[in-house]
Design a protein around this ligand. Sequence first.
Ligand SMILES: Nc1ncnc2c1ncn2[C@@H]1O[C@H](COP(=O)(O)OP(=O)(O)OP(=O)(O)O)[C@@H](O)[C@H]1O
Length: 467
Amino acid sequence: MEKLWGSILEILRELLPEASFKVWIKPLKYLGLKGNKILIACPNQFSLEWIKENYLPLFEEALKKQRLSLEFEFKVVEENSNNSVIQGELPYDPTRLLGRKLSGRFTFEEFVVGECNRLAYATCWALANKNPKSSIIYLCAGTGLGKSHLSQAIGNYLLKNPGKGGKICYLTAQDFTAHLVRALRQDRLDEFKEKLRKGLEILMLEEVHHFAGKDFTQQELALTLDYLYDAGKIVVFTANRPPQEIERIDDSLRSRFQAGAIVRINPPDYQTRINIIRRKAEKQGIKLNEEVIDYLAQNLRGDIRQIESAIVGLVARSSLLQEPITLSLAQELVQEITPQIPSLTKDFIIDLVCRYFKVSKEDLTSKKRQRKITFSRQVAMYLCRRFTDESLQSIGKLFNKDHATVVYAIKNINKKLSLPGPTKYQIEYLCREIEEYLQPTKLINKEEITADTGQAVSGNPRRLKSL
Ligand SMILES: Nc1ncnc2c1ncn2[C@@H]1O[C@H](COP(=O)(O)OP(=O)(O)OP(=O)(O)O)[C@@H](O)[C@H]1O
């Protein structure tokens, strides 16, 4: 069996870049065979998890090449100090990490770059390479669009490329709050603060919108941020909305969030979806035909988790049913994982606009022409056009107006959206509220704003209406 392990190592050496082989595979030790399991020793827990998460399919492929129906079992066997050379070959020291463990999958290499996320990618890459325009980044996006992936990619990169070798702290807003409360209860606040500040190279703080309403936590966080900013440390925030739209946070914390580069990740455009589907399929070891790829890209438009889940689902079904992955298999699966849009959308939009602009439903559907009412009405028309299947005529009817008024309203709002400023932010905020309401369907994305002017190029045909 030692011989078998030797042949497996040879196969892995061919499959992997030399550096990865040296760092990850070489330190493994063959322990023996137990039943149908090949026991392999990993030098530490981190190596074990990394191997499982990144290289297990390659191990299995190597076994297949040997035509053996065996499995691998990895266990940690701590090296004694004489053998610490093996540990030393690891490119980083996992003890540099404070807080949550980073996912080995979330790397720059695994991130598919497209128009929707190019700026975010470039900003994070520059930061990781110590060549940043700003050492503070605020990544902002809807769910499943890659915020955590990019922020953890920075962490993983710094762990592998030690540089100054400072500590890397990765926390969610909830973690930060929980640690703070625990430290307070145990009368160890100073210790907590010290830990977050001393020797830290980077703080990655996820989902900062969850600090809303937590006044004491906000104050403590602001102080910690001051310290880190003054010391020139890297800070990466993620959130589902820009700082100016987070409610119930103190202006002093808001301004600290706004202190660096605020970068938005947009939902993936058609070509990026195609590239993501190809990459995720490749990772699962399958090659999808073009028809299936196009179908998935046309129908899975927002959350990238949905694309991942579709691919895993297709692989599982095709292997259980012993069938190839066909268009009809893909159609069946997509129907299951994309629930129907709630039919109440237009009522939801009208309620939302009334609440947001503090106008009544009667005013919205009246002939009144005060500025506030006219503007709210135009926003409601735009949102109905964007988020429902209603025709221009029927949207007009909802507001007691004709088709031409709806056309004018949509043009006007599109114009406002093309200019930065409070009006644009207000409308974007309302769009996000509706997207959250529609979740997890999330059929609409930025690409489709242009559908209102008849220029949408891909996607759900129901949205391809011109004025
Ligand atoms: N551009 C991309 N290329 C490849 N995979 C991606 C990309 N963007 C996102 N993903 C994948 O989609 C999944 C969800 O991404 P991630 O966890 O980063 O989303 P998120 O924006 O943090 O969402 P949430 O707000 O729900 O936490 C992950 O598995 C991630 O690897």
